[in-house]
Design a protein around this ligand. Structure first.
Ligand code: UDP
Ligand code: MG
Length: 319
């Protein structure tokens, strides 16, 4: 950035990266080449506890181009926390978040900026179903959105990833949220503002493997549901009410045949089945309640969502 540059908007690009040493240099090069003619650029790379050469790559890139900023988290806090860190530190008039693995095509960013200049405050992207995507990934992704949309109050468009543009106003609202359990995909529909959607065909991950293991994916889905809604609690209540109703009917039946026909309902098996079923259901409901209580504990501790161990930026608002 030179001082004689006309006052063009500043676009911040936030890139969470966990072990992406091979992908990052290509992405940074593509971004600089594509965005520089359109806007002033700030690239905020968040090294989310990488164990490969990611940080060295970032240090080197920042030395060569002062528009490239790095935030190194003290350990692996997870994709959402890394995104949050990036949003926290970015200073642009709008902020684009994208993955480091080149699956989110850089060529789409100018279109997103154009939409923003037309007045949209949130520019979302929707991934078209790609045949390139492994079947397992497609299946888990579909299941993820099915669970989230079935069990929580906000609707998250399937195929929407964390590839979006946010106006500074929206970023400031997101920054003001103090929840520990940060799930940006659920927060964005909640925040509102004028939004639009752009469809794209995802590229292939250039190097390395997905950083979302099945375990991380399940925990991400639970977090998505529980941090967005109390619908599972309602479902648990409804289910319990239904089962209680059925149990009451069965009791009436047993009493009826005892007094009217002098019989006792036979069957050890049916008793065991009923006891096991009710026991299982109780444990399930307790598990659901436990998820919420655990989260209340986490929120009540008020720990920050991420810890920064090194950066070449200034924190904007504490944390
Ligand atoms: N990522 C991260 N921390 C993590 C896992 C992932 O910062 O704990 C980053 C990762 O480097 C990538 C983005 O989040 O830039 C999305 O991850 P990935 O591509 O593995 O997810 P997928 O595209 O398979 O859903
Ligand atoms: Mg990816």
């Amino acid at each position: 950035m030179t001082s004689d540059e006309p006052p063009r908007p500043i676009v911040s690009i936030v890139i969470p990266a966990h072990n992406e040493a091979e992908n990052l240099p290509i992405l940074l090069r593509e971004l600089c080449a594509t965005i520089t003619p359109l806007a002033r650029l700030q690239i905020v790379c968040v090294d989310d506890g990488s164990t490969d050469g990611t940080f060295a790559v970032l240090l080197d890139a920042a030395k060569q181009d002062h528009r490239i900023k790095y935030i190194r988290l003290s350990r692996n806090f997870g994709h959402q926390a890394a995104l949050r860190a990036g949003l926290f530190y970015s200073t642009g008039d709008c902020v684009v978040s994208m993955d480091a693995d080149l699956q989110h095509p850089v060529r789409l960013v100018p279109d997103m900026i154009k939409k923003w200049q037309e007045g949209y405050e949130v520019v979302l992207t929707k991934r078209k179903q790609s045949d390139d995507l492994p079947i397992f990934k497609r299946f888990t992704s579909d299941l993820f959105y099915l669970v989230i949309n079935g069990l929580s109050d906000v609707y998250i468009d399937p195929g929407s990833a964390d590839f979006r543009l946010l106006d500074r106003k929206v970023v400031d609202v997101v920054k003001s949220l103090s929840e520990t359990d940060f799930f940006l995909r659920g927060i964005i529909p909640w925040v509102g503002f004028k939004s639009c959607n752009i469809e794209y065909m995802p590229d292939r991950r250039r190097f390395g493997d997905t950083k979302y293991s099945l375990r991380k994916m399940i925990s991400f889905a639970i977090s998505g549901v529980v941090s967005n809604s109390i619908r599972p609690l309602r479902i648990a209540t409804l289910l319990s009410a239904m089962i209680s109703g059925l149990a009451a009917l069965y009791m009436l039946y047993a009493v009826h045949i005892y007094f009217v026909y002098g019989q006792v309902v036979p069957g050890w098996a049916s008793v065991v089945v009923v006891v096991c079923f009710i026991g299982g259901l109780q444990l399930l409901v307790m598990g659901v309640v436990g998820e919420y209580i655990g989260r209340i504990l986490r929120e009540s501790r008020k720990r920050p969502g991420f810890v920064v161990s090194a950066t070449n930026m200034n924190a904007q608002a504490g944390e």
